[in-house]
Design a binder for this molecule. Structure first.
Ligand SMILES: [Zn+2]
Length: 44
């Protein structure tokens, strides 16, 4: 993992959210909670 990945910046909306790191660890997606929910409902 690169150092720049160790932040809380969502890859989808580029917003800083504490949930980004949680979602990266739990789900493997570096996204915030709201982007994760929309990914779950509307998978690409
Ligand atoms: Zn987001």
């Amino acid at each position: 993992m690169m150092e720049e990945d160790l932040n809380n910046i969502c890859e989808e909306c580029k917003k800083e959210e504490e949930s980004v790191t949680h979602n990266l660890i739990k789900h493997g997606y570096k996204v915030c909670e709201s982007c994760r929910v929309s990914k779950t409902i509307f998978p690409i």
